[in-house]
Design a protein around this ligand. Sequence first.
Ligand code: C2E
Ligand code: CA
Ligand code: CA
Length: 512
Amino acid sequence: MAGKGFHQLKRWHQRALDVMRSPTALAFLPALCLGGFWLGGEGALMALAGAVPCLYLVMGGVARAGGPSAMVGDIADRTTFEDIVSDISDAMEDSPRQSALYAIAIEDFDMLVERYGQTLADTVVERTGQRIISVLRSADRVGQLAEGRFAVCLAPVRNLDLESCIQLGGRMQVAIEEPISVDGVTIYVTVGIGFCQRERAPGGLASDWIEAAACAMRVALRRGPSGLRAFSDQMRQETLNRAALYDEVGGALDGGQIVPWFQPQICTETGKVTGFEALARWCHPTRGMISPAEFLPAIEQSGLLERLAEVMMYHSFAALKAWDGAKISVPHVGVNFAGTELSNPRLIEKISWELDRFDLQPERLAVEVLETVVADTGDDVITRNIASLSEMGCQIDLDDFGTGNASIASIQRFSVSRIKIDRSFVMKADRDPDQQRMISAILTMAERLGVQTLAEGVETVGEHVLLAQLGCDHVQGFGIAWPMPFDQTIEWLHAHNTKLKEVPRIMTGRLK
Ligand code: C2E
Ligand code: CA
Ligand code: CA
């Protein structure tokens, strides 16, 4: 109750200040003094001359109306800002005027604090606030909602279209992102900005409006750096869907909704299938098929990556047994392991147990490890796990090769069996000499190190033929086949093997 009364008082104070600072009030000051003299004589004039400046001093009006950085008044704290937004929102209820609310976040703020310390980070926040103010008009309002996070509510105007909102957002971004010099250190910050026009805000409450801008800001941060996004209804739906995924993901894993789909890998020399990669798919009962890009973050944040690996391994081993049973040769299945799973000290035990259960040899499993994990790892458990898996006889595939700066030493240290050349090098390789040079360099290095190669994301016959000619050992991609559910693999394998028997080898003679 006391808090509410205090905020009410603050709002009155703010309104009184607004009136006192307005040009109209200032223009009437001389008239007020003259009126006082006319009615009450010299005494009244003296009293007014003393009382008015005192009133301004007490209310803080002189200081605030003074310097340029104070043009829009103070930077309000969260609660005061919500009150301000409430007032603006109420005032606009039956008015044709328009407004917009911006949410602004300094990107990687925690890293900034870690790198430069709290004092410097505070200075950056202060300058950011000043820079935001510098591009606004005097009646616009600014609030600081959290450390490194600001919000701006524009004073209502007659015309405020989407284009003007985007332009203002861009101007704030440019102003904030100017390098900041503090104590001889130059700091570069980027900001993600989201905004919501009043008429687009869902719900009538000020908090709904602020949340809508914050939702757009979060999307801007995800798409950043320096993202700028306008709130839309679709955005809200996506956010709700994403939130729902978090609630459902555990049940989906245990309930068998998340399963591997399989994408074949073939040998460029013989055309034969040398393996399948297991790629996670969520077959959602109402939303259809959901890709890993959408649900992996939910799995990761729910701490369920290990459970995912178990599920993927279980289904992959069951698939190997089924192909064996159908007398179709599929030498191995590649399963993706994220860094967190690889740091589990009991990983080897778990994999051995699972292989035994299915009576499969370790070489039937290819462990796909991202190049970034190998390059970054100072983690002894990861190093030991990968080395043990390799000793056991599992294949180690270095995934997304070319994107993670793994050293040649680490390729040897981890006993990598094969590198998977990232799709970014393969794209348009048949038409782009630069791409060809990069692929050739990777292939030469792999040959010298005695490791096998696989090109990912092969989409066209041209790319396939070029990779074969350059001497890449294996290819995988939509050009060969899209990932498919297990049920379709046997039919696909039969068709592929029949085609191989009918057609003499296409890829002959390698370019060196
Ligand atoms: P990745 O391991 O690099 O897998 C290859 C991705 O490229 C797959 O995307 C695949 O569908 C896609 N792809 C295959 N051929 C082509 C092509 O010709 N063109 C293009 N444009 N794309 C192609 P997907 O299935 O969406 O998986 C994305 C990523 O999610 C994977 O990248 C992998 O890092 C991760 N992921 C998938 N399944 C699992 C899993 O079970 N566990 C973990 N930890 N990560 C997984
Ligand atoms: Ca992979
Ligand atoms: Ca990959």
